[in-house]
Design a protein around this ligand. Structure first.
Ligand SMILES: Cc1cc2nc3c(=O)[nH]c(=O)nc-3n(C[C@H](O)[C@H](O)[C@H](O)COP(=O)(O)OP(=O)(O)OC[C@H]3O[C@@H](n4cnc5c(N)ncnc54)[C@H](O)[C@@H]3O)c2cc1C
Length: 423
């Protein structure tokens, strides 16, 4: 990338970094470089997720999650239609299996309505079967706005648009050091540097480390939780038509194994959420001393452990016992048996945790001089990516003094824009 100085360097080629770059080039800021550590885009959370286009049902009305999910969902459906990306607004069924879950189901229905969902339908026990013939429950909620897509394909399209708009994407570039000079930031991997005037940190599971590398205190630490999936064997796909979810426990909304039909075919069951000993570790034996020591030395981890140890042990048990995993699924679809399931893939979630043990639920973005740090972008960030990307781009335009044609004229010793175009 030579001596070129980019207006914006974006660290992370997951869906949030790519959506941000896409939004910037669409506003005319072409001098953008996305730096991705891996040899391919969407290599971590984005490429290993459940592929669900979330409706916005779960989120606190008015929260960043709720607003961006609702706006982002519609934007994503439009994008998929326009770009010819396979997707389906197939709807999902939330199933209550015991009387104690009815109040939470009522609450979900209210939240969904408050978040503007129009295709909600409350169902009695018999009506559940119209949607999912193999489900057993005492009540349910049909959510018509939910859909499915392959987020890797979405990222491919984002990257085509970035390239077409003049942006660049560099793979195999792991930012290991950020040096601040008076007029530019120098981002270095082992062998090379990239210079930029401003940066956006979209490093997902590494967002806290990248913030610290930039001299910014993130005020939180990322704790990795692995989500493991099983897949239904082909002969049993008929057990699930679309998506079947349990009523979430409001204290741990990301828990609760569910069934998801995938856009490419097949049905996944899962994921669970098991404490992972490596941030980018996808198997039960994955271990990193650095990652483990870092959370073990963090007071927030022990504060969280004290509150949630029981739930954590349950998730570990389900990780090692297929029987326990199947029992959780049988609550929704009683017919399902261990022989109907084969091990599938896994994903690792970035769970942001504050030092007092508070699990950060909403998206968290921190602004610093010449920088924007996306510190927490959990689910539904893939659904919401277009909306989040546009919001970050708007922040960047404001904070970085960028004008839609590139860097705003500056009387100081900045090179003129025409020089920036040369690389
Ligand atoms: C198991 C699971 C299921 C999920 N299901 C859904 C779902 O169905 N629907 C939904 O909307 N959301 C879902 N999510 C959430 C969603 O996938 C994430 O919120 C979203 O992908 C976050 O995107 P990201 O770009 O922030 O992070 P990532 O996709 O993790 O991307 C961050 C990128 O930064 C790169 N990087 C890190 N450090 C550096 C560095 N120093 N230099 C260069 N590059 C670096 C990484 O290699 C990575 O590619 C799920 C998540 C998980 C884990």
């Amino acid at each position: 990338m030579g001596e070129r100085i980019y207006d914006v360097g974006i660290i992370g080629g997951g869906i949030v970094g790519l959506a941000t770059a896409m939004a910037l080039v669409k506003t005319g800021v072409r001098s953008v470089a996305v730096l991705e550590a891996e040899g391919r885009l969407a290599a971590h959370q984005t490429g290993n997720n459940s592929g669900v286009i979330h409706s916005g049902l779960y989120y606190k009305p008015g929260s960043l999650k709720a607003r961006n999910c609702v706006a982002g969902r519609e934007a994503l459906y439009r994008f998929c239609r326009e770009q010819g990306i396979a997707h389906q607004a197939c709807g999902k069924l939330v199933v209550a299996t015991k009387p104690g879950e009815i109040a939470a189901l009522d609450e979900l229905e209210k939240k969904g309505a408050a978040n503007g969902l129009k295709k909600l339908r409350r169902l009695g026990a018999a009506e559940l079967k119209e949607f999912e013939p193999h489900v057993a429950g005492i009540a349910g909620l049909w959510v018509g706005e939910t859909g499915i897509v392959d987020y890797r394909q979405v990222c491919e399209k984002y990257s085509e648009i970035i390239h077409a708009g003049g942006g660049e994407i560099r793979l195999n570039f792991q930012v290991r050091r950020v040096k601040k000079e008076s007029r530019e930031l120098i981002l270095s991997d082992r062998n090379d540097d990239v210079r930029c005037r401003n940066l956006v940190n979209c490093a997902g599971l590494q967002s806290d480390r990248v913030a610290r590398m930039c001299g910014v205190k993130p005020g939180l630490q990322i704790i990795p939780f692995r989500g493991e999936y099983y897949e239904l064997v082909p002969g049993r796909h008929d057990l699930v038509r679309n998506l079947i979810y349990p009523v979430p426990d409001p204290r741990f909304p990301f828990l609760g194994v569910h069934f998801t039909r995938m856009i490419a075919g097949g049905v996944e069951a899962g994921p669970n959420a098991v404490l992972a000993f490596k941030r980018h570790g996808y198997t039960k034996t994955s271990f990193s001393l650095r990652d483990t020591a870092q959370f073990a030395l963090y007071p927030g981890f022990w504060a969280m452990g004290l509150k949630f140890w029981k739930m954590g042990l349950g998730e570990f048990y389900r990780s090692f016992s297929k029987k326990a995993f199947v029992r959780a699924l049988q609550r929704l679809v009683p017919e399902i048996q261990a022989g109907d399931l084969v091990p599938g893939g896994a994903g690792v979630r970035a769970q942001a945790l504050e030092a007092n043990g508070f699990l950060v639920d909403d998206f968290r973005i921190r602004e610093a001089e010449r920088m924007v740090h996306v510190l927490n972008a959990p689910s539904p960030a893939a659904t919401a990516s277009i909306s989040i990307g546009e919001s970050i781009a708007a922040l960047a335009l404001k904070n970085f003094s960028l004008s839609p044609k590139g860097i705003a004229p500056d009387p100081g010793p900045l090179k003129p824009l025409s020089a920036n175009k040369e690389s």
